[in-house]
Ligand binder design. Structure first.
Ligand SMILES: [Zn+2]
Ligand SMILES: [Zn+2]
Length: 259
């Protein structure tokens, strides 16, 4: 199933959009500013959001996506995320002052935003895919996601510092072809990266070494305007003949396929 990269930056400015990937027609991974570029019919086709964590660069357009559904006859979205993130969204995003409470509107039993807590390694069947939440290590509770299509499987780290349990889980997936991950800092700021639950190339390299060199790695969460400098540092640091690429908003990836 194709992944359309709607946004993969850590911030905004010019063409940069924050994290959001569309999987097929109906599934969204994270709901950053990138999703706002979709035409309305495509927004209404989304019925599932796999959310990594509560930070606004990943969740910020969720209220507006719900509003698009509510205003245009959409069926709303089911949001799968960790229990702490469910609570954070209820308390801070959908509690009234910022935005209408679409988790209860028009009725608690058929709301436009249905928040479903999941725990790491829990498996879901969604639109013919097996989807599993994976552990992540970030400054707030967070998840990664594994998407298993049967013949191929791929994963997204979300925002995460070094998280051995995530990489151990991936090492158990023999048909893993692609990992979408974050690198937020260069190695001069590796200590800052680890403290705030992010990765630098040197922090990622030993983790990625546990996966076969045939597994591609796609870089997200770079600062707008700093992409070329960072990619020049990242490729040699991860090395090993692995295919390392930058996630670029507007591009389409076919896991396991030719690029
Ligand atoms: Zn974050
Ligand atoms: Zn982020």
């Amino acid at each position: 199933m194709d992944i359309t990269v709607l946004g993969a930056s850590s911030g905004i400015g010019g063409p940069a959009r924050t994290t959001s990937f569309r999987v097929g027609e109906a599934i969204l991974i994270d709901c950053g500013t990138g999703v706002g570029d979709l035409p309305l019919p495509d927004l209404l086709a989304i019925d599932t959001v796999l959310l990594t964590h509560s930070h606004l660069d990943h969740s910020g357009l969720l209220p507006l996506l719900a509003h698009a559904h509510a205003s245009n006859g959409g069926g709303g979205v089911t949001v799968y995320t960790g229990p702490e993130t469910v609570q954070a969204l209820k308390t801070h995003m959908f509690s009234g002052p910022l935005w209408p409470d679409y988790t209860r509107y028009p009725h608690p039993d058929r709301a436009f935003v249905r928040l479903c807590p999941v725990t790491p390694e829990e498996r879901l069947q969604i639109h013919g895919l097996t989807v599993a939440a994976l552990p992540a290590c970030h400054s707030v509770p967070a998840l990664g996601w594994l998407v298993d299509e049967g013949r191929v499987a791929w994963a997204f780290t979300g925002d995460s510092g070094p998280c051995p349990a995530f990489w151990k889980a991936l090492a158990r997936v023999p048909h893993l072809t692609d990992v979408l991950g974050e690198i937020s800092y260069d190695d001069s700021r590796a200590e800052t990266a680890a403290r705030f639950g992010h990765l630098s190339p040197a922090l990622l390299a030993p983790l990625l070494e546990g996966l076969p060199s045939s597994v591609r790695f796609w870089v997200s969460h770079l600062e707008p305007g700093d992409e070329a400098r960072m990619m020049a540092l990242i490729a040699p640091a991860l090395g090993g003949g692995r295919d390392i690429r930058q996630l670029v908003a507007g591009s389409v990836i076919r896991p396991g396929g030719r690029v």
